[in-house]
Design a protein around this ligand. Structure first.
Ligand SMILES: [Zn+2]
Length: 313
């Protein structure tokens, strides 16, 4: 699972999008973005911006060699999981010095927790800090758009996101000195024993990889309890794994709860009391199935897949 974490080792947010200082013009106009300034815990250039997820690419560098405020755009090459959505993200960071930006090149990719650049005070900055803005989706146009106050705000395909709705806090990585009143979500409390919804039909496998055999399939919009993530795989029982790339915290309007098989091997049928099928069947004891619809004594668990309800609990 490619989750997004707060990108600094010490969080010391000196201004949020709520404060009535230079950022207020970002949130009063239309469109908006939601910037935070973070000085990494101390004055001076002491903190680095680390890559917040895997597969992030340098998309645009602006301002080097000019008097304009320097800015850097990073875009994820895969969807990432945040506390509120599962989608691509684009991040813009301002005030990094020329000397740091000159070390980067467009198209360069980074993995989670890799160092990207030192904080700076290029342009209109009161001291060394990162000005960070997050957007859902990919970079749109130049990545900037003038809002109704004449302020340039981040432009992405999915719109700007509040930082606490975008970043998890990895407690083993980030120490919080001040969040300036923003309530962030802890990565581990979110990840353990928590519920997600499948965003696509998913094979259920006996191990964390496509080389492991499939024993069942869960339809899109199944509510699953994830016990543990290991890289891009989510463990949903003692021995069942599904791809973590197709899970979301967003609750769909209609979703399916799951049940577990209680028989040693449970036959799967094409229709209620119909022909027994052999694809992804029979289901071994403990298998997690979606309970799509109960029809008499039969439960629909997928497209043309029915099992006897009395062997589920
Ligand atoms: Zn700022």
């Amino acid at each position: 699972m490619n989750y997004l974490i707060y990108p600094l080792q010490i969080m010391n947010i000196t201004q949020t999008y709520k404060n009535n200082f230079t950022h207020s013009r970002h949130t009063i106009g239309t469109p908006k973005d939601y910037p935070i300034d973070d000085n990494c815990g101390a004055t001076g250039p002491n903190g680095y911006f680390y890559c917040p997820c895997d597969n992030m690419v340098v998309k645009r560098i602006f301002g080097v060699g000019t008097t304009s405020t320097n800015a850097l755009w990073l875009e994820s090459l895969t969807k990432v999981v945040t506390p509120t959505f599962n989608d691509y993200v684009t991040i813009m960071i301002a005030h990094i010095e020329d000397s740091e930006l000159n070390k980067l090149r467009i198209g360069q990719t980074f993995s989670r927790k890799e160092k990207i650049a030192l904080e700076g005070k290029d342009g209109l900055a009161t001291g060394d800090h990162f000005h960070i803005v997050v957007g859902r989706g990919k970079m749109k146009g130049s990545g900037l758009k003038k809002n109704s106050n004449g302020i340039y705000v981040l432009d992405t395909t999915g719109g700007s996101i509040k930082p606490e709705e975008a970043f998890f806090i990895d407690n083993s990585f980030t120490k919080i000195k001040s969040s300036n009143g923003l309530n962030f979500v802890n990565l581990y409390s979110e990840n353990n024993s928590d519920y997600y919804y499948t965003t696509s039909d998913l094979n259920v496998r006996l191990g964390p990889g496509t080389s492991y055999s499939s024993i069942n399939a869960l339809p899109k919009n199944t509510k699953v309890k994830v016990l543990e993530f290991s890289s891009n795989w989510a463990r949903i029982s003692n021995k069942e794994y599904i791809s973590g790339n197709f899970l979301s915290k967003n609750k769909p309007k209609i979703y399916y709860d799951t049940k577990n098989v209680t028989a040693d091997y449970l036959n799967v049928r094409k229709k209620p009391n119909g022909q027994i099928i052999s694809t992804l069947a029979p289901l071994p004891k403990g298998t997690t199935v979606a309970s799509i619809l109960e029809q008499g004594t039969w439960t629909k668990i997928g497209n043309n897949r029915y099992v006897s309800t009395k062997f589920l609990n």
